[in-house]
Ligand binder design. Structure first.
Ligand code: DC
Length: 229
């Protein structure tokens, strides 16, 4: 069994915020795997590459690691620097969805992601953590929320949507990403057969975090794993 609490789900389902809070409460590391796809897209944009056909030799030049930022939190570094807000622009989000359809990119990041879980339990959040990266994860959660609620959440996130974007436009952009993420041939977005499905529509953040912590605690207890304080 892998030392991984896998939290998967579609765009703007609240995964990142919830996964970060769960990791804080359990005092374990948190890895946002969407940042890895975003970092690949950002690096390719910066290098003037064609995002629709990346090759392994380019990917092998990328250095992706987690390091402590100024506030002491672990954050992704790309080629020695924290990309920060550059990862969260609409251009990079669309680029990430495109590069994520390419087997060469997924294969490259599979190795990177597996390298992050080891002796200690980690919370890893993404689209295929419970299905492909760690099919034997200790806990698998699949988060959803209605498209309208996800569009509202996305609109409330700084820098994620173009200035002046309307709810309808954001909902359309989310629907397009859902379609691309769930219909791609490799590692499509779908719950693992043994994942626990949680619909957070109408949940406050606190309620969502409490629910996931409760489910995680139960699952770990059932498996005889003790990490709770
Ligand atoms: O979670 P996010 O919006 O930061 O993810 C960016 C893109 O990366 C998204 O379109 C889907 C893709 N992705 C993926 O295919 N597999 C993952 N484990 C994480 C993200």
């Amino acid at each position: 069994m892998s030392n991984c609490i896998a939290i998967d789900g579609p765009a703007a389902s609240g995964k990142s915020t919830i996964a970060r809070r769960v990791a804080e409460k359990l005092n374990i590391a948190y890895i946002n795997t969407g940042s890895l796809y975003r970092a690949v897209a950002l690096a390719a944009i910066r290098a003037g590459r064609d995002l629709s056909s990346l090759d392994r030799s380019f990917l092998d030049t990328l250095k992706l690691e987690y390091a402590e930022n100024e506030s002491g939190a672990y954050e992704l570094k790309l080629n020695g620097a924290f990309p920060g807000a550059a990862l969260r622009t609409a251009e990079v989000a669309a680029g990430a969805s495109l590069v994520a359809t390419q087997p060469v990119v997924r294969d490259f990041l599979l190795g990177v992601q597996r390298g992050f879980a080891g002796e200690r339990m980690v919370v890893m959040e993404g689209r295929d953590i419970g299905t492909v990266i760690f099919p034997d994860a200790a806990v698998k959660i699949f988060l959803t929320a209605s498209p309208e609620e996800r569009a509202r959440r996305r609109l409330a996130q700084d820098g994620e949507s173009p200035d002046g974007a309307t709810l309808a436009e954001v909902a359309r952009e989310i629907a397009a990403r859902d379609k691309q993420d769930s219909e791609r041939a490799v590692a499509p977005l779908k719950p693992a057969p043994d994942a626990i499905l949680v619909d957070t529509t109408g949940f406050s953040l606190d309620k969502a975090v409490e629910t996931i912590i409760g489910l995680t605690a139960r699952k770990l207890q059932e498996s005889g794993i003790c990490i709770m304080k």
